[in-house]
Design a protein. Structure first.
Length: 184
């Protein structure tokens, strides 16, 4: 028969005032204090489990309070940023853990925190080349940027696209232009 250690610990706390005091102040007791307390091993493990659960509850409640201030009507706000277009030659730019190939005409989105988004890849510390070889298109939200990238990939980013007016790319005539297949 399985017995829940927490239920058993609460029962023991009714009989032992020291355990009752520890349960009452579980958030303020350190793990080292619990480990050095002279109790049976299962009680020690149950106390450590309750300590962890109490810490998780505090984290969840503080996170919930923060989310309630950030989410309006169940939707996170769409962050603003600046969209630019790569005007340099095809090259590799440095990211945090590697390099990413960027081609002429690709769209790059800079957020207000200094990070950069290239297609769906986000980097907190952008390569300086991204500032030197890009042309400013204008301010866009993140969702507008994703729509512009999608339209460009489909080959729909022509001169009539409202977000990219006058910036059509003659090199991109169809969705498959520039696609390369590599065989191992």
């Amino acid at each position: 028969m399985f017995r829940d250690p927490i239920t058993m610990l609460r029962y023991e706390a009714k009989r032992n005032p020291m355990l009752a005091n520890m349960l009452e102040n579980i958030s303020f007791i350190t793990e080292d204090e619990i480990k050095t307390t002279r109790v049976m091993p299962w009680i020690r493990q149950a106390l450590l489990g309750m300590k962890k659960a109490a810490a998780e509850a505090v984290t969840i409640s503080s996170l919930r309070a923060w989310l309630e201030t950030q989410i309006v009507d169940g939707v996170m706000p769409d962050p603003p940023g600046e969209t630019r277009r790569w005007t340099g030659d095809t090259t590799f730019i440095a990211l945090k853990r590697g390099h990413l190939e960027i081609r002429y005409g690709e769209l790059v989105w800079f957020d207000k925190k200094g990070g950069v988004l290239i297609d769906t890849i986000y980097c907190e510390r952008p390569d300086p080349k991204l500032f030197d070889f890009t042309q400013v298109i204008g301010d866009m939200t993140k969702l507008e940027y994703f729509a512009a990238v999608r339209d460009r990939a489909r080959g729909e980013a022509g001169p009539n696209t409202p977000m990219l007016q006058g910036l059509s790319d003659p090199a991109v005539s169809s969705p498959l232009t520039g696609v390369q297949f590599y065989r191992p």
